[in-house]
Design a protein around this ligand. Structure first.
Ligand code: B12
Length: 243
């Protein structure tokens, strides 16, 4: 079934838009913004806010109506198919269906110095009201931090006999994340240990389809919560145990 944005009533197509044009905020700036949205096919355009954010830049907030609709069933992709469980259910599931504690080793690899993403998933205190994986009695989590060379991550994963390797990649400038993520997979393959681990990558510009293309088992994007990751790891470990 086709749907349109919901503003005031079902399928009225009303959207809130915000954008910046590289023009000074002058008496005609409102009309420039309005006509730009009309050129894009919007109608009933109401410009609600026009502000100079710099002498040469004007920021807009506008409401406008679109005729464009979409059928969500026609959107196909490689989305992660995981039943999200809660903290307690995940621990029980690991105990009953995996049969041993899950060992997880995580790091932001190579040049990437951002720790907050991997910490959000692993740290005991967690993120967005969710405990991190360190808190799970049925998970042994090792957070190596940031700027960890792939070789060191693999060495630790082997030493700890990890079930899963969790990789964070935040910086994507000049596709550095592609290079780093490819390096890790190639290293695992060269050492003949790729199939030994569940390998997951996360970051603000990561999605599941992209991760799969690079040879990872799953990819997690912005606003990922620890329960989503723990649910995936538990279910994937159980699936591998009973293929
Ligand atoms: C804090 C920060 C820093 C801090 C990091 C401190 C630290 N200890 O982490 C410092 C100041 C060191 C820093 C440095 C740099 N930064 Co910085 N930084 C940020 C900032 C402001 C916030 C990042 C953050 O903490 N987000 C909060 C966390 C919770 O969100 P998250 O990382 O997305 O993580 C979530 C998901 O992505 C996912 N996730 C992430 N990792 C993983 C891993 C797994 C396994 C899973 C399952 C999920 C997962 O789950 C998390 C929770 O939901 C962002 C801008 C922004 N607002 O995002 C820029 C930003 C990421 N930085 C950026 C840049 C460019 C840099 C520098 C290169 C700047 C420079 N020229 O020196 C350096 C990088 C140095 C390096 N070698 O890496 C750019 C990256 C642009 C790009 N596309 O590549 C950003 C986007 C800023 C910008 N707009 O330009 N940065």
């Amino acid at each position: 079934m086709e749907v349109k944005p919901y503003g005031d009533t079902r399928d009225d197509g009303v959207m809130q838009l915000s954008f910046t044009l590289p023009i000074p905020n002058s008496p005609k700036a409102t009309d420039v913004g309005k006509q730009y949205l009309e050129k894009m096919g919007f109608h009933d355009v109401a410009v609600a806010e026009v502000r100079a954010i710099d002498p040469g830049f004007t920021f807009y907030v506008a409401y406008a109506r679109t005729d464009v609709s979409i059928d969500p069933d026609q959107v196909k992709g490689d989305y992660l198919d995981v039943e999200e469980m809660d903290y307690y259910a995940i621990n029980t599931f690991i105990r009953d269906d995996v049969g041993h504690k899950l060992v997880v080793v995580g790091a932001a690899i190579e040049s990437d110095a951002h720790t907050v993403g991997i910490d959000a998933i692993l740290n005991m205190k967690g993120f967005a009201g969710n405990y991190g994986l360190e808190r799970y009695p049925e998970i042994d989590a090792y957070n190596l931090g940031s700027q960890i060379p792939c070789e060191q991550l693999l060495k630790t994963a082997l030493e700890k006999q990890a079930d899963a390797i969790l990789v964070s990649q935040i910086v994507t400038q000049k596709n550095i994340h592609v290079q780093n993520l490819t390096k890790l997979i190639e290293l695992l393959e060269a050492e003949g240990v790729r199939e030994r681990f569940i390998i997951v990558v996360g970051g603000p510009r990561i999605n599941n389809a992209f991760a799969k293309e690079l040879g990872y088992d799953a990819g997690f994007g912005p606003r990922t919560t620890p329960v989503q990751v723990a649910s995936f790891l538990a279910q994937e470990a159980a699936r591998r145990q009973n293929p």
